[in-house]
Ligand binder design. Structure first.
Ligand SMILES: [Zn+2]
Ligand SMILES: [Zn+2]
Length: 363
């Protein structure tokens, strides 16, 4: 935080550093951010402490104890008497490339997740491919229970209107910044190009969308939740610098605060489904570990945004994925051919191509 009113740091007994920045206005906590080099549990505690402090008076914020944070995290992970998941079914409805069959491919992503007796649609692709491919696979999109938007970019939200035409009323879970006015400049072009949600909120709501916008994790069912906002903690992952938001007519760097992932907390490990992972696939997986209190990550599926990543970043990502102990890796979309090839060589049998038409049953 650039203009913090207060700053504190602490070195914990296990050697973790935690730093916090706080902005106060009229005796109230306006904003708090944190940084840590600690483990996933420390990240979860930092994240929860900052969420609890926001909007409180300074006195109330000071009274947030370790116990309060632990209880709040317990509520989040909800690990009491959790029932085992029988199976998780994932169907990729839209991706940059298509598998064998009468499928359409287009730049973007849409994955249907079936677990806990629910059908959750993660993203909707760029335009009509998700709806078309669902029809080809005999999937009735009027039966979906929730839509989750990984972020506001058109290639993940452009199919939303077509899906709503079939589904009607449905809760759409996303981060509030999903509605930021998003732009890019392609290949050194002067003119910026709009790449945000290509519909007005009013139009989508009139077609049945009920937006549940939250910066925090949103629990969808017993084993499923969104990550909420992803802290940028790894030293080598960064949001691409050709992505902007327009405010008061001026373009500013888009921090992609809306970037989130879907986490399934299965007894065989976490299954994490990403849209673009603009905030870094490793940051995303670390947060998933933090909010669930689980170390074992079974699978990561979806975009990893390694498309234009340096070889150094790809190598560091692979080393961290190894350390996390990932068992299945199905990168898609903005991973790009170059990084996909590296990941395929490194992860051998754990790696699979996840494109339109891919159906997967886990474990
Ligand atoms: Zn994106
Ligand atoms: Zn994308």
């Amino acid at each position: 935080m650039d203009d913090a009113d207060a700053y504190a740091s602490v070195l914990g007994p296990c050697g973790d550093n935690m730093e916090m920045w706080l902005e106060a206005r009229n005796g109230m906590v306006k904003n708090v951010t944190f940084w840590t080099d600690g483990c996933s549990a420390t990240i979860a505690c930092g994240s929860m402490a900052t969420e609890l402090a926001k909007g409180k008076t300074l006195g109330e914020a000071l009274a947030i104890s370790a116990d309060v944070i632990a209880i709040s995290l317990g509520g989040l992970t909800g690990k009491v008497e959790q029932e085992a998941i029988m199976e998780i079914r994932l169907t990729t409805l839209s991706e940059n490339t298509a598998g064998m069959g009468d499928f359409l491919a287009e730049w973007g992503l849409s994955i249907l997740v079936e677990v806990d007796g629910m059908r959750i649609l993660m993203d909707t692709g760029l335009s009509s491919s998700a709806v078309h491919n669902a029809r080809v696979m005999g999937i009735d999109l009027s039966t979906i229970d929730r839509i989750v938007l990984s972020h506001g970019h058109t290639d993940h939200t452009g199919g939303l209107r077509d899906v709503l035409k079939i589904k009607g009323k449905v809760e759409v879970i996303a981060h509030p910044d999903v509605w930021a006015s998003k732009y890019t400049r392609r290949n050194g072009q002067e003119e910026e190009q709009y790449i945000g949600i290509p519909f007005s909120r009013e139009e989508l709501e009139s077609r049945g969308a009920r937006f549940n916008l939250s910066k925090k994790p949103v629990r969808i069912s017993e084993h499923v939740m969104t990550t909420g906002e992803i802290p940028m903690l790894s030293e080598y992952e960064a949001v691409e610098n050709n992505l902007f938001v327009k405010r008061d007519g001026a373009l500013r760097q888009d921090p992609l605060a809306d970037d989130l992932a879907l986490v399934i907390d299965a007894e065989f490990g976490l299954v994490v489904i990403t849209g673009c992972a603009h905030r870094g696939i490793v940051n995303t997986l670390r947060l998933a570990q933090g909010i669930t209190g689980r170390e074992q990550v079974y699978a990561a599926i979806g975009g990893t945004h390694l498309l234009r990543a340096s070889e150094e970043r790809i190598e560091k990502t692979m080393a961290d994925l190894r350390e996390i102990g990932i068992r299945r890796l199905g990168p898609s979309h903005c991973t790009g051919f170059h990084a996909s090839a590296w990941l395929a060589l490194e992860f051998e049998d754990a790696f699979f191509v996840n494109n339109a038409g891919t159906r997967l049953t886990l474990p």
